[in-house]
Design a protein around this ligand. Structure first.
Ligand code: ADP
Length: 468
């Protein structure tokens, strides 16, 4: 800096000296003074002119068009412009970073709201706007307490204790479709707060389902267990004759059987939920499934007929597609369990002498339908959508009387889903019901295809036979 000042000083004194010398040489002593004076004046005017141009340029706030300048002033202008450009670049870089940061928060599945010290919304992402029902632009600087009116939120917000989150109703919550939001406030900066929100509807529903399930299982087990305990006490305390003892033991066996069926169904469900999906290479013979379903149905019908002194047995009809049945790419045991449950329901709910129809139909588009129809009491429309829920029953006493667990259709739905099949329930009160599973074409190996495959395999095998 000193070197620069020295250089400026030398330049100034040199210019004045030269002007003085030129004056002295031309006009003598008076010329010397005039030369020094004129040079100083010229230096002053020049400096004032360039500094004023620079000042005006800076005042204009338009750094893109610098004025033409000379000497030190040109250098100053150049350095300033360089600084401005550097500053502009930094501002634009931090703008880009801010935009990226905001875009990342926008992409968050959780709601984010920034509140100032007065509790006014400074910024919120789209998720928060949807969850709380804000308008992300219009509601800026509005007090959050005026916009989120849920009493649970207001209590949490004013309590000033934000160590835990609070659960409030979502904006679109209705009694039929409740929406729950977990909200958490985090203080930061000078009195500012960050509000995070999360949709916990599914988590809360799963938790409620788990609680219901445990309560249902306990209830289902408690009833036979109470009956069983009562009989044990009776056997212990009363002296019974042989007939009575036989009758009590038969009733005890029935209750034990009920618990066993329930546990088996629960195990089937948990196995279905925990095991990998049946692959396309698994094979189940449709004919074997139909035959087994019919046999089991007839056996159950006979058992129920004996137990309930029905006069007439049920009639069974098995109808298979004219073009024959092939294989189904799926798990045989799972499929038998689902189809068997449908047949068992038809048998249990159809009164004496009724007709059960088990049908397999190949559809022209390659899909195939398995259906079980009965001439039973039918199901009222309001129950149909809920039938596949665990432990949902239309007729509780009929279900229990015939050994039902309330889990049969839940198993059917699971197996259908695991095989990509669609389950349709069609029922008319007083006329009967039809349960239909439609399997996708990709899982069907039709009879013709099966025959071609078998032929190819036998040719392949005979090719490999050793020549005698
Ligand atoms: P459950 O073991 O009680 O039969 P399911 O899950 O198999 O349980 O069936 C649920 C309810 O659907 C049954 O309790 C019954 O009320 C009704 N249901 C099922 N199949 C039939 C049918 N074929 N006819 C009339 N009602 C049926």
């Amino acid at each position: 800096m000193i070197a620069f000042m020295l250089w400026r000083f030398l330049l100034f004194t040199g210019a004045i000296g030269l002007a003085g010398l030129a004056g002295w040489l031309t006009l003598g002593q008076a010329g010397l003074l005039m030369g020094v004076f004129l040079a100083s004046l010229a230096w002053f005017v020049g400096d004032t002119y360039w500094s004023t141009r620079l000042r005006n340029w800076l005042k204009r706030n338009d750094q893109s068009n610098p004025p033409a300048m000379l000497g030190l002033w040109a250098e100053l202008g150049y350095l300033m412009r360089r600084q401005f450009k550097l500053h502009e670049k930094r501002v634009s870089e931090s703008q880009t970073r801010l935009q990226e940061f905001l875009a990342a928060i926008q992409a968050s599945p959780n709601g984010v709201v920034l509140l100032d010290a007065q509790g006014r919304i400074e910024w919120c992402n789209q998720t928060a706007a949807i969850q709380f029902g804000f308008d992300a632009q219009r509601d800026l600087l509005q007090l959050i307490g005026n916009l989120v009116r849920d009493p649970a939120f207001l209590a949490y917000y004013t309590a000033n204790n934000y160590s835990q989150e609070a659960v409030i109703q979502g904006r679109d919550s209705t009694p039929a479709r409740p929406v729950k939001l977990a909200v958490h406030l985090h203080p930061y900066g000078e009195g500012r707060r960050l509000l995070l929100s999360r949709d916990v509807t599914a988590v809360q529903q799963a938790e409620a389902m788990r609680r219901d399930f445990v309560a249902n299982v306990s209830h289902e087990i408690r009833t036979p267990l109470t009956v069983l305990t009562g009989f044990v006490e009776t056997l212990q305390n009363l002296s019974l004759n042989e007939d009575e003892r036989h009758r009590y033991l038969a009733l005890m066996a029935q209750q034990a059987g009920r618990m066993q069926t329930l546990v088996n169904d629960l195990l089937t469900l948990s196995k279905l939920e925990g095991s990998p999906l049946p692959g396309l290479n698994d094979r189940a013979s449709v004919q074997a499934l139909l035959t087994q379903c019919e046999q089991d149905g007839r056996a159950l019908s006979e058992l129920l007929t004996q137990g309930q002194n029905k006069k007439q047995q049920l009639k069974f009809e098995v109808i298979a597609s004219d073009d024959g049945v092939g294989d189904l790419a799926g798990n045989y045991n799972e499929l038998l369990s689902a189809m068997g449950n449908l047949v068992s329901n038809a048998v249990r709910y159809t009164p004496s002498g009724g007709l059960i129809e088990i049908k397999w139909k190949n559809l022209p588009d390659g899909r195939a339908e398995f259906s079980v129809s009965d001439s039973g009491p039918g199901i009222a429309p309001e129950h149909i959508s809920r039938l596949t829920e665990r432990f949902y029953r239309v007729d509780h006493s009929r279900s229990r009387e015939t050994g039902g667990t309330g889990l049969g259709l839940a198993i059917v739905k699971h197996v259908a889903q695991r095989h990509g099949a669609e389950l349709v329930i069609d029922s008319t009160l007083g006329k009967g019901s039809k349960f239909l599973m439609t399997f996708p074409a990709v899982r069907m190996i039709h009879l013709r295809e099966l025959q071609v495959r078998n032929l190819q395999e036998s040719i392949f095998r005979s090719d490999r036979l050793p020549v005698p």
